[in-house]
Design a protein. Structure first.
Length: 87
């Protein structure tokens, strides 16, 4: 059995999540201070409007997810993938 450092899907997920967060923050900062149209445009992926609601009379659960994607987010994802394979 092989023992050692292996990169699994959890590490890939963590690198991608960090890339999305950092890329979104940097993209929003650049969009605030720059006139470049590529940084100011974004689109939303996910549930639009009402999320799925599960009502049990005692507890009400609402399920919804949306991701606001801009150019910085895409760069962050690419950076996360690069760092995952690099380290």
């Amino acid at each position: 059995m092989r023992r050692g450092r292996t990169k699994g899907p959890l590490m890939l997920f963590l690198f991608l999540l960090a890339g999305v967060i950092v890329g979104s923050i940097v993209g929003n900062i650049i969009a605030t201070y720059s006139d470049a149209k590529i940084f100011s445009e974004s689109f939303t992926i996910g549930t639009q409007g009402m999320p799925a609601i599960l009502d049990f009379n005692v507890i009400k659960l609402a399920f919804g997810l949306s991701l606001n994607v801009n150019f910085g987010t895409m760069l962050g994802v690419l950076l996360g993938i690069f760092l995952y394979y690099r380290y």
